[in-house]
Design a protein around this ligand. Structure first.
Ligand SMILES: Cc1ncc(COP(=O)(O)O)c(C=O)c1O
Length: 417
């Protein structure tokens, strides 16, 4: 069997949150990496350096500080492009987050390309960020929004996909890895079929970019939405990748400074890519911080991250499976070895908020609620679930303590109800 390095040993020292000695936070067990990642010192330092010594507005100043900031900002774009194997940095549009990236496509591409008889195909496991923009587009355009269903294991029902995709499908928008089920979707297969009927594919890569190598060329997709805060970068920054020829044809999303070529009293013309889609002052320091986070992840190695997290996920499932009255959603690591590093579960007769509150009192952070996936929770007939999500900094010891405390919490709640 392949030897898997314990990445937590070499990486935890980079995260101030996991190294604090003086107070109780040093004992914190953070199992909420899918909600937002913790930040390594390399990213925090890059932000501090930028705001201390490089801060100026980009693309407009005639002075050296602005030139420095512009260079660092554009290097961040190059690093982001290489990270996902984009053909050109012009294909990277910086946004506030992944949600804004998806809305950009829904407004700009959607408003200009989608008509009343058209269909948009998404899946039952989508995050609200990849549902609501399409509902709004359906209201504006009169198009139909359709959902691909799930199999018994919580994977995509590919038969249903084949049934629902047709010549009217203009776009298949789906997540790579589910933030609730952990399911990893077969994107290459889906893209092949979508393209065969002339539909484009938008990938929500929020839960995959920090956990596995994502290559837009080999996946052969058309758009990708990513978020800095999920990949060890700062909040306030995300990005849209799109094929250059498609982005060229799309009208602007927001209007204002930076995105214009020429402005007259009644009309304007647009700047070239990528600036056409970046109205106003961007999140400069945050984009630089995101690029530092990407460099950090690459220095560890995404293949190594995947292997380590797969081993941890199997261990997490092993610990949770035997707990009485537990239901874990999504495929097990045996059913899908490349699934995401998280476990979402509920315990019969107990509200997940009670569990997360009790765990919190033992310094263990997990997520409770619908995880922005209400349609998925309705499909499973539950209002709320608990989710423990891992990263390369997680350890088996953390999982041991979590599962032990979970058992104690369940016993406590049962005794007192
Ligand atoms: C699968 C998925 N898509 C989209 C998002 C939204 O990301 P953001 O809040 O950065 O826009 C999230 C965040 O939880 C997510 O997990």
């Amino acid at each position: 069997m392949k030897q898997v390095n314990d990445l937590s040993i070499e990486t935890r020292k980079d995260f101030p949150l996991f190294c604090r000695k003086q107070d109780q936070e040093s004992n914190l067990i953070y199992l909420d990496h899918a909600a937002t990642s913790q930040k390594p010192i390399q990213v925090i330092d890059a932000l501090e350096r930028y705001y201390s010594f490089q801060n100026a507005n980009v693309h407009r100043g005639a002075h050296q500080l602005s030139a420095k900031a512009t260079q660092a900002f554009e290097e961040a774009r190059d690093i982001t492009a290489k990270f996902i194997n984009a053909k050109s940095s012009n294909e990277i549009i910086f946004t506030r987050n992944a949600t804004e990236a998806i809305n950009l496509v829904a407004y700009s591409w959607g408003n200009s390309q989608v008509k009343e008889k058209d269909e948009i195909l998404i899946t039952l496991m989508e995050h609200h960020s990849n549902i609501v923009p399409w509902q709004l587009l359906a209201k504006r355009s009169g198009c139909t929004l359709r959902y691909i269903g799930l199999s018994d294991t919580g994977e995509l029902d590919l038969e249903d996909f084949h049934k629902k995709i047709n010549k009217s499908t203009k776009l298949v928008a789906l997540l790579h890895v589910s933030n609730t089920l952990g399911t990893c979707n077969p994107i290459e297969e889906i893209t092949k079929i979508a393209h065969s009927v002339g539909a484009l594919v938008l990938l929500d890569a929020c839960q995959s970019l920090a956990h596995k190598k994502v290559n837009v060329a080999s996946l052969n997709i058309d758009f990708l939405a990513g978020s800095s805060h999920k990949i060890c970068g700062p909040t306030g920054c995300g990005f849209l990748w799109g094929r250059e020829n498609i982005l060229e044809e799309m009208p602007p999303f927001l209007g204002g400074g930076e995105m214009i070529q020429d402005v007259s009293l009644l009309e304007s013309s647009w700047a070239d890519l990528p600036f056409k889609f970046e109205a106003g002052t961007p999140a400069i320091g945050e984009a630089i911080g995101m690029a530092k986070a990407i460099t950090y992840l690459e220095s560890i190695g995404l293949e190594k991250i995947s292997s380590y997290e797969q081993e941890l996920t199997a261990y997490l499932f092993e610990k949770l499976t035997n707990i009485e009255d537990i239901t874990i959603l999504g495929p097990t690591p045996k059913q899908q070895s490349n699934r995401g590093p998280l476990a979402t579960f509920y315990i019969k007769g107990i509200h997940s908020n009670d569990i997360s509150e009790l765990l919190d009192s033992s310094n263990i952070c997990i997520r409770s609620g619908h995880h922005c996936c209400q349609p998925l929770h309705k499909y499973y007939g539950v209002v709320s679930t608990a989710r423990a999500s891992l990263s390369f900094t997680s350890t088996k010891e953390e999982i041991d303590i979590f599962s032990q405390e979970l058992i104690s919490s369940i016993e406590f709640i049962k005794r007192n109800s």
